[in-house]
Design a protein around this ligand. Sequence first.
Ligand code: HEM
Length: 361
Amino acid sequence: MARRSPTYHDYLQLDKLLSCQLPPSFESSNNEETRDLIHHEELLFITMHQTIELWFVMALADLSLARDLIGRPHESNREVPEEDIPKACNLLQRNTELFKLLTQQFTIIETMAPLDFLSFRDKLIPASGFQSWQFREVEVLAGLSESERINFEGKAYFSEMPEEHRKKVEKRVTEMSLRDAVLTWLARTPVDKAFPDFVETFLSAHSKYIDEQITHQKNNPHLGLEQVARVTERFEQSKADARAYFCEGEDLAKQARTALVFISTYRHEPLLRWPYALITQALEFEEHFRLFRFRHARMVERMIGLRVGSGGSSGVAYLDSTASQYRIFGDLLHSVGYLIDGSRLPKEAPNADILRFKFDR
Ligand code: HEM
């Protein structure tokens, strides 16, 4: 029997999708004067949240695929197939664009006057974006670890979620995150094979660079003796910090940090170009994810000032602390702070051949 071609309406299940925007307060309001306004503004509030939840569906699908591509390397050779790195880059880039869009959307909700929001706000208490289980899934999948979470009024962040949603978040917690996948993949970069002794060569070039910075400060006629002493101490400390950062601690972390510096320095080599693009995309995704938090906090500040949030948090203060403290690729960004100009290192790695395409494959 021939299959019936779906209509636009059927294919997108628009009946279901468009039947859930009517705000509960519209049904119950019997105040004739404010009813239209309440309906109108609450419709905006509901549509905004629903749109964003729909985009979270896509974000979760993309981020888990990117995590799988980078984190589950081909079993036979334990390497991520080369063609998968551009695919993962594309998925991360799409999520960056997605979070840019979501951030931009807050300008729409800002067309609602704070007093119009107040006219229906009480009805939604204690509901809050805080309970968005998809947002929590995105955070966990991206790599925000449980130990990094800010204490929310002594409650676990999932305590207000129904069991079925909590289970979804808990499942994500047991899975490999995008951060773990990226760091494990980076740590496998064959830095030792391409450049035996890279870490020592880098640290000695870094130390020389710092010495030059100290000399510049000492020759700065605008700095007094005390200031020079303080700046010198800071610079000397950064030498010690660099050594500890690249030589102490867990192997995986040390290798990933070293790989970031190595890939950044030799990013012109053919086999390092896509890895460099992936690192860049990962950092860009995190930047826009953080800007989303920051922008949401600014919108909330305009809408409710310093009031307590509908979910019971301190409101803007809580949101600002998540924006400034929650990190995904913080370790990679920290490594960026130790980069030095490539001209201070050998132009080529001693065994640069392994970083170039082999045409006989
Ligand atoms: C009038 C508009 C809004 C106000 C006043 C507002 C206010 C707040 C407040 C105060 C919190 C902190 C938790 C609490 O105590 O409730 C929060 C959390 C949250 N809101 Fe909004 N919000 C608004 C709109 C939105 C929209 C449109 C989104 C769509 C993405 C959103 C997503 C979130 C998320 C994901 C959280 C959890 C953040 C975290 O825990 O780090 N909010 N919101």
